[in-house]
Write a protein that binds this ligand. Structure first.
Ligand code: HEM
Length: 361
């Protein structure tokens, strides 16, 4: 499904499940409940918890829920998350021998256990569909997708591989972004204060909690997220192959050449900010720049890529981050230990795990 027509078809099938209106209409209540649960759990701890760990757990629960169209009990979320972490920790380790005492063998065992759970849930979903009952989530879309001749488009193996791929694409990317957001807000209390004031106004209009209307009106929070991701994109580079010869900036690029687009550099040298000083210095965290006519121009969301491979989960990820800022702004204070190194993981992740103390306001 990664190349050419297969990839195009994959996007056609999956796009409806990621549409902004579907995220706002179908997924938002569960996302809000998961975010609220994570904030409450951190507050109930009464002391420091790992901010990065909490965000990984939160985004894992969201992506499982959205993919499979159902809520898993907390203990099962923990078990699935543990399996996924074990899989990702060892999958690239050497030697690549499937032996139970090697990290690679442990990763393969975790992968098999995850796929068994997908099998179990897929069988239940297919049985429900056969009885004419609706199957929610992306799983529902995949098992009911048909090819041009009206045959089932994806067999169980294809569905499982895509589910695993979505776990990769949609989990750590969002937790890294949320973790960085928490750290950035800790270091910019004046921005946190503005977010809180925005919530006060929006709660007057829409009521407490998270609703599609409130999310739509979170203009400042939206700018804060986009600015945080401009400075700290999860993916440093986008990769493409030239499909024909072309010339750019005096450099001739032949068809078939591999092209890397360094996102952070491109963003910093964006003519909208390049060479500016003071508040508009490209290296300064300044959400206000995203509210200027230049900042509001489409196309600045490069952290989610661009064009035919633009991130399918952009609305889902934005909904998770905005729901987090909404509920934080309405009821919690977060103190984080930002005195840490940011090391390579999925994007840059805090070496100290970003200990944070969450208190109810
Ligand atoms: C803050 C969180 C996220 C970031 C920063 C992010 C970033 C990206 C980037 C940079 C790409 C490559 C785009 C390109 O090459 O032009 C991508 C692709 C993709 N993302 Fe995300 N993503 C995030 C969240 C999600 C979520 C929640 C999902 C949902 C499952 C998701 C699903 C995908 C998929 C399926 C693709 C492949 C699209 C294709 O090849 O056609 N992403 N993402």
């Amino acid at each position: 499904m990664n190349e050419g027509r297969g990839h195009k078809r994959f996007r056609e099938v999956m796009r409806p499940a990621f549409d902004a209106s579907v995220v706002a209409g179908s997924f938002l209540p569960d996302i809000a409940a998961i975010v609220a649960g994570a904030l409450e759990a951190a507050a109930a701890a009464g002391g420091p918890v790992s901010g990065y760990g909490a965000m990984k757990r939160l985004t894992f629960e969201v992506i499982m829920n959205v993919m499979m169209g159902k809520a898993y009990p907390p203990a099962e979320v923990d078990r699935l998350h543990h399996l996924f972490n074990e899989f990702t920790a060892g999958m690239a380790s050497f030697p690549q021998m499937d032996l139970p005492f090697l990290p690679y063998g442990k990763a393969m065992s975790a992968r098999r256990q995850l796929l068994d759970i997908f099998d179990r849930d897929m069988a239940a979903a297919r049985a429900a569909a056969a009885e004419g009952r609706p199957v929610a989530g992306q799983l529902g879309i995949m098992i009911s997708a048909l090819d041009e001749d009206g045959n089932t488009l994806m067999d169980d193996r294809a569905v499982k591989e895509i589910l695993l791929g979505l776990l990769f694409a949609g989990h750590d990317t969002t937790s890294t972004s949320l973790t960085r957001l928490i750290a950035t807000l800790h270091d910019h209390p004046e921005v946190t204060e503005k977010l809180r004031r925005e919530q006060e106004v929006l709660v007057e209009k829409h009521g407490r909690g998270v609703s599609p209307g409130l999310m739509r009106d979170m203009v400042y929070a939206d700018a804060v997220i986009r600015e945080s991701m401009r400075l700290n994109p999860v993916t440093n580079e986008l990769f493409r192959s030239a499909i024909r010869d072309f010339e750019m900036g005096g450099v001739r690029v032949p068809a078939g050449a591999s092209i890397s687009l360094p996102m952070a550099t491109v963003t910093a040298s964006d003519p909208r900010w390049a060479g500016k000083t003071g508040e508009m210095d490209p290296n300064v965290f300044n959400p206000e720049r995203m509210l200027t006519p230049e900042g509001l121009k489409p196309g600045d969301q490069m952290p989610f890529g661009h064009g035919g491979r633009h991130c399918l989960g952009v609305h889902l990820a934005m909904a998770e981050m905005k729901a987090f800022l909404a509920l934080m702004g309405q009821g919690y204070r977060i103190e984080a230990d930002t005195n840490t190194e940011w090391q390579y993981g999925v994007g840059r992740v805090p070496k100290n795990g970003l200990p944070m103390v969450v208190t109810r306001l």
